[in-house]
Design a protein around this ligand. Structure first.
Ligand code: ZN
Length: 291
């Protein structure tokens, strides 16, 4: 993705706020848009971007700055109506209707496109499910197994706040990845503890050794797709200060929040007062961001 070419702080699109005192202008940057998970770019340090309709914000450049977040309303990421968000950024009717929110998203083992069987929209399901998928181990708070499309590596790992990860198998469809994950999670976790991840209360694990140990549990159908040789990927998050006791911000209950940004990890913004805000779980909220 060609992200680097975007200009930071396009002054033409900034809003100039006039204070109540005549002739006094306070220059503030205000962005408004619907929250979607931050885009990322891996490098020596991960770069994060927020797409706020007319502006593309490099969130790393907000580190050490006071920012304020204000909840305005809802906007479903599918129908764009002002409806309360149910899950994954969608309103309730979209969530139960659109092909990109089928049960096989969260439970890959329920995938059926490889059998030519439709869930909600076979063409869509084929276009996603019949693509190379990766079963991986990621260490964010503990070692866990997960599934992602090959094109989502390392994005998926970054979104989970994993500081290290490794691929186990590369299979031709989502179903095979799903049954492999189901088999492996008998022997390794499949969840992350977000508090531990944010506190950086983590241990360095030998994922190559984990992978070798788990190989025996890969289902027969997927075993031929075991990746013979690979090494850990290490990820470096832009965090100046980890919180000792992270407390989660609920913007619907507390519609205005102001604080100094001191880190970004996973899809979380971390503030100096130890408040954390998960952008991903707030998808579909229309907010303004004041800098
Ligand atoms: Zn909707």
């Amino acid at each position: 993705m060609e992200i680097r070419k975007f200009v930071w702080f396009d002054f033409n699109t900034n809003i100039l706020l006039k204070s109540k005192f005549k002739n006094t202008k306070i220059c503030k940057m205000i962005y408004q848009g619907v929250l979607k998970k931050m885009m990322t770019e891996n490098g020596e340090e991960i770069n994060y971007y927020l797409d706020m309709k007319t502006d593309f914000i490099n969130v790393n450049q907000l580190l050490n700055k006071e920012i304020s977040l204000n909840f305005i309303t809802y906007e479903c990421l599918n129908c764009h109506l002002e409806k309360k968000i149910y899950r994954q950024g969608f309103c309730k009717s979209c969530f139960f209707d659109i092909p990109s929110a089928g049960d096989w998203i969260m439970k890959p083992e329920l995938s059926r496109a490889h059998l030519d069987e439709e869930d909600r929209d076979l063409e869509y399901e084929k276009s996603v499910q019949l693509k190379p998928h990766i079963v991986y181990l990621a260490n964010s708070s503990n070692v866990k197994v997960g599934v992602t499309r090959k094109t989502q590596v390392p994005t998926r790992w970054i979104d989970q706040g994993a500081h290290e990860a490794i691929e186990i198998v590369e299979v031709p469809n989502r179903y095979l990845a799903g049954i492999t994950e189901v088999a492996l999670k008998e022997h390794v976790a499949d969840k992350t503890n977000w508090r531990k991840m944010l506190k950086n209360d983590v241990e360095d694990e030998d994922l190559v050794a984990w992978r070798e140990k788990l190989k025996q549990y890969i289902p027969q159908e997927a075993l031929e797709y075991f990746i013979e040789n690979n090494s850990e990927t290490n990820l470096n998050f832009p965090v100046l200060k980890y919180p000792a006791k992270p407390k989660s911000l609920n913007l619907e209950k507390t519609p205005t929040f102001k604080g100094k940004l001191v880190g970004i990890k996973g899809q979380y913004l971390i503030f100096e007062d130890e408040t954390v805000f998960n952008i991903r779980s707030n998808e579909g909220l229309v907010v303004s961001l004041e800098i």
